[in-house]
Every structure is written in C-alpha cells, then in structure tokens.
Design a protein around this ligand. Structure first.
Ligand code: TTP
Length: 600
C-alpha cells in the first residue's frame, strides 16, 4: 500500500519580497506592504520577518507598525483610481510557477504565492536512480517527531534529520519514509531553483496529502521545509488545536469544538464515523472521521492558472457606500479592473468565464454574495449585470442604500476554453506525463464556481461534469472511495488572495437569497436557446459533450467505459483510483494509518 507524496510550496512574506526585489536597498531591513493609506498609515497586508521580529503584524495599520518598529519601511501597493493594483505580485507568482513546472510533477496553483505539488510519480521515477541521500542534501529540512535536545538549533536540526535518515529504509522502494526522504531532497532542489531564478525564498511542507502538507509548511518558516512522516501524525495531533487545520479554521471548527467538547485534533479520533455523521451530516462526518486519522483524499489538480478573477474593496466606517450612485461608481471601477485582467487572461489562456459573482458586506464579519450568468465580457456589461444582481438583493429607497455597504467585490469564474475546445477535450482523455500538463487541459478539466461561496464541493462540475456524472453512476466503488471535503469550508486557498482581503480565514456565508433565481433565463451563447440561468452550466456541458461526440465520432455514452482504465482517464484523476485508492483502498489506508493510532 503506497501513499501519495504531496508538497505545498508557499512563498515567504511574498509581497514584501516582491517589493524588495524591485528596491534591493530594502533587503535585510524591516518591511511591510500597506494599502489604502488614507487612515492611520494604511492597512498592512504583508510583513517581512525582520518586521515580525519587532512585533509588527498583518492586522496593524501603518502608524501602529511605526510605533512598534520605528525603522520599518512601509511600501505602498501601487494603486490605480484609488484602487490597489496587484499585478506585479501576480506576475511574480507566475515566475515562481514557471520554475516549479521545470520539475516533473503535477502542479496546482493554489493562490498568488502557493502551489500544491503531487510528487508521487516524480519520486517513483527518481527512487531507482537515487544515490544515498545524506543530511547535507537536506540543509533546511525539519522532520516532525524528530527533535534533538542539542542547544544549538542548527546542530539539533541536523542531528534530527540524520536520525530520520537512519530510520528510513533506502533498500525498500515502498518505504514511505524513504520516499519522503527523496521528496525532501527534490523540494530542496526546487526551492533552490526558485531562489536562483527569481530571487525569492519560500518554505514547503511535505506529507501524504494536501491538508497535512499545508499544515506542516507553516511550522518552520521562512526559507525552510518540514516533512511529516505518516507515523508521526498522532504525535502532531496530540498538541494541534482543531482550528489550525485547513477547513476547520472557521465555523465548522467552532461547531466541532463546541458539540464534541474538544480542543485538539487527537481528541477527534475518539468519535465513531456514525457519531460524526449524525452530528455533522454524512459528508462532513466522513471527512472528519478520515482527517482525524490523517487521511484526506483531495487530489492535487494539475492547474496553473487561477480558477477565478476578481477584485474587491473595503469601505470601512464613514466611507461605507450609502447611495446608489456610489455603488454604481465603485462597481464600475471594480469592473474596469476585472475586465482588464480578463482581457489579459483571454490573451494568455483563451478562456472565458461563465459566472459573475457580486459579494458585499454590510458589517464586519458578514458576507453576502449573488451569482449570475455571464455572457458579455466588456466593462459596461459587467458593471451593469453586477449592479442588477446587487440591486436584487439589497434595499435601496430613493437612491439611498438602506444599510451602507462596507465591502464590495466582483469576481468571474467557471471558465471555459473558447478555441479548439474539442481538441482540448480529446487531449484531456489522452494519457500524458505530469510534466506535459498544459494550461488548456487544466481549464477543461474543472472550471469551478468562483470562490466566494467556498463550499469546496468534491463533485466535479463544468464541461466534464456530464461525463463525470456518468462515470460516477457507473463506478460506485470509485465514488465511495472518495470522501468529500466538509461542506462548510472556510478558507480561500484555491484562488488568488486579493490584496484587499482583511482576513483570509474569514467564513464566507452562502447567501440564501441566491436561491431565488430559479426562473431567470438567458440565451445560451452557443445555440441562442433561452435557458434557465441555473441550468446554463449543464446546458453548456451538453454542448461540450456534443463536440466531444463529434471529435471521437462515436456515441457519447461509450466514451467512458463502465470500468475505465487509468490510462483512459485524465492525468489529474490518477490517484483517485490508483494504488492508494483502488478497490478497498480507503479501507486499507484507514487500517494502515489506524494502526499507528492504535499503538498509542
Ligand atoms: P500569505 O502567504 O498568507 O502570507 P505571506 O506570504 O505574506 O507571509 P508568510 O511568509 O507567512 O507566508 O499571503 C501571500 C501574500 O498575499 C501576502 O504577501 C500579501 C497577500 N495577502 C493579502 O493581500 N491579503 C491577505 O489577507 C493575505 C492573507 C495575504
């Protein structure tokens, strides 16, 4: 039984590093990046490690940072029309992704400065030819559960790594620890390449799934990496607060702690699957049961471009928007930026979004959103449609907004490719090596809904959903093997972080009012037929199906055989039905990891 090897690469104080590269004089000095400088020196969105050492944090205003650290350099995010222009950071993020892509692995760009990598295959390829890995190959690696008593930190780290290396079995290709050793060496090389080619440092977490790689990535920063051996999951969970786990940082985590009376992850293991399902619904319950045992089946989806494009702005205190005119003005401003980025995205990726999401808050901590179908991509249409969506949901009397708006965001998502769609779809079915993963294929594979609702649905949607649904019906075993992420997901790690975000951990409420749209219709951009907006995605999937049908010149249903072989499936699905998750794979995995828990 073999586990995956998943890594998360996260840039260190990214916006600060970008600014320091532009102005090298800032190197080695305390720096914070701020925006909206009208009130108390602006809001801080990034703090470098020198400034953190002086007690400066992200949630401070520029003036407060100056009080804490008088020598701090406050760099302002460039702005256009009173609005942050974050393009330099996005471009820098792309440079990093380009370096990562030189390594032979599936890459999922998770935010402006983070990427998940599935290194399983790359490690398997390397392992045969890998010469002995020594502690010298792992100069910035830490291993969870391997600690030394030495006073000198660096000597202690090195001693702990050596101890780990001794325990891993280099003679066995199946030894997960040894595979982690090889992965750790590979990630050291990758981080070095990122530094050499971009000048940026980053940190990484290496484990057997996304949740745990993200978790351990934050344990040693900056410019270091942390490995989690499977056998050390119980050790890690012993002192790990529930809320530190991705997807448990918000409401679900709060409810969990309250209903179960627990604080640490290790306590979650005591509850049966039935109990968890009964208390938190089937999907969440299963997910919780698994994550309590270190299991998370979410794949690394080969995707190099963002799932959605959006921008937003806060209007705190007295600046809250109170009139229809103000709303119109700011929606137009946001639409200018979204359209500019959309045009660039179209040039680079030849795709168009189908969804428009307007998001707003009337008080700190609350969030509402409304989703609509998008058929025109020019700024006036986008602004008009956004305004219509918003006005359906908020109360405006005599041009006065009843409850002033403190936050406004526009985003577009659910992308579909426009050119050579059928070709790309055919390509999607062809097996290709991870290093050959092209942007086109990733677009077709899973264009998701923009992130504002954050329901983290495990069921695939988008052009391929038509086929995937058939596949799911015909392959119940595969369905059963996949345990969904919880429904009340809370963090936006799947998308580019917006510089105006005040709290990335914040829960984003699903707007119940979105549900009143059942009857609204729009013309299908492909056939012109009037289709209910809520059915539009499915309707467009049908067009995609027809194109594929034409492309392959055979009936649609047989395209996916009842028991598809892995070679007939897209690359990104490989690990949904592989050594790790094939028939009974989950059960085996649970048993295997459970054995570590039972050892306690
Ligand atoms: P993070 O990766 O969360 O943080 P960071 O890179 O600044 O620092 P760390 O070393 O702890 O990872 O965010 C990446 C960039 O995204 C950050 O430099 C600035 C931007 N950002 C915002 O604009 N708003 C936000 O709310 C957050 C969390 C980040």
């Amino acid at each position: 039984m073999r586990e995956r090897i998943v890594a998360l690469v996260d840039m260190d104080c990214f916006f600060c590093q970008v600014e320091q590269r532009i102005n090298p004089e800032l190197k080695g000095k305390p720096v914070a990046v701020v925006q909206y400088n009208k009130w108390r020196g602006g809001g801080i969105i990034a703090v470098n490690y020198e400034a953190r050492a002086c007690g400066v944090t992200r949630h401070m205003r520029g003036d407060e940072a100056k009080e804490k650290c008088p020598e701090i350099n406050l760099v302002h995010v460039p702005s256009i029309n009173d609005k942050a222009d974050t393009s330099r950071y996005r471009e820098a993020g792309k440079e990093v992704i380009n370096v990562i892509c030189q390594f032979n692995c599936a890459v999922q760009r998770a935010s402006v400065d983070e990427a998940f990598l599935d290194l399983t295959e790359a490690v398997d390829k390397r392992i045969g030819g890998e010469t002995q890995v020594s502690a010298d190959h792992l100069p910035s690696t830490h291993v969870v559960g391997f600690e030394s008593q030495l006073e000198n930190k660096e000597e202690g780290r090195s001693e702990a790594v050596q101890e780990w290396l001794r325990k891993s079995d280099a003679s066995s290709e199946d030894d997960h620890d040894y595979r982690l050793v090889v992965a750790a060496k590979m990630v050291e090389e990758m981080r070095k390449a990122i530094f050499t080619q971009t000048g940026f440092t980053c940190s990484a977490g290496i484990a057997h799934n996304k949740i745990l790689s993200k978790l351990v990535c934050g344990m040693h920063k900056p410019n270091q990496q942390t490995v989690l051996p499977i056998s050390k999951v119980p050790f890690l969970y012993e002192t790990l607060p529930v809320k530190k786990v991705r997807l448990l940082g918000g409401k679900l985590g709060d409810t969990l702690m309250e209903k179960l009376g627990i604080n640490y992850m290790s306590e979650l293991e005591k509850f049966s699957e039935a109990e968890l399902c009964q208390k938190f619904e089937q999907r969440n319950g299963q997910w919780l049961y698994n994550i309590a045992r270190g299991i998370d089946n979410e794949e690394v989806e080969a995707r190099l471009i963002p799932k959605s494009i959006g921008c937003c702005k806060r209007f705190p205190g007295k600046t809250a928007l109170k009139t229809k005119q103000e709303l119109e003005h700011w929606i137009q401003e946001l639409a200018v930026e979204v359209c500019a980025r959309l045009d660039k995205d179209y040039e680079e990726n030849c795709r168009r979004p189908r969804n428009l999401v307007v998001q707003w808050s009337v008080e700190v901590g609350s969030s509402n959103s409304k989703t609509g179908f998008l058929s025109h991509f020019d700024q006036p249409s986008l602004a008009r449609d956004a305004m219509i969506l918003l006005c359906k949901s908020i109360s405006i009397e005599n041009s006065k907004v009843k409850v002033p708006i403190q936050f406004l965001g526009l985003s577009v998502g659910k992308f579909t490719e426009e050119r050579n769609k059928a070709n790309s779809i055919a390509k999607f079915f062809k097996p290709s090596s991870a290093s050959e993963t092209k942007v086109n294929e990733t677009i077709v594979s899973d264009p998701p809904v923009p992130e504002v609702k954050q329901e983290a649905p495990p069921i695939k949607t988008g052009p391929m959903s038509f086929f995937l649904r058939n596949l799911k019906k015909k392959d119940p075993e595969k369905n059963d093997a996949r345990v969904a992420a919880p429904q009340t997901s809370v963090e936006s790690d799947e998308d580019e972080k917006e510089s105006v975000k005040s709290d990335s951990d914040k829960d984003v409420e699903t707007d119940k009012r979105c549900q009143g749209e059942e009857e609204a219709e729009a013309p299908c951009p492909q056939c012109g037929k009037s289709v209910k907006i809520l059915d539009m995605s499915e309707h467009l999937d049908h067009h995609v199906a027809q194109e594929l049908h034409k492309e392959l010149n055979q009936p649609v249903t047989p395209v996916i055989p009842p028991q598809p072989s892995t070679s007939a499936l897209p690359k990104k699905r490989k690990y949904t039905k592989s050594k790790t998750q094939s028939a009974g794979g989950d059960a085996k995995k649970i048993r295997s990891i459970q054995s570590f828990f039972n050892k306690k």
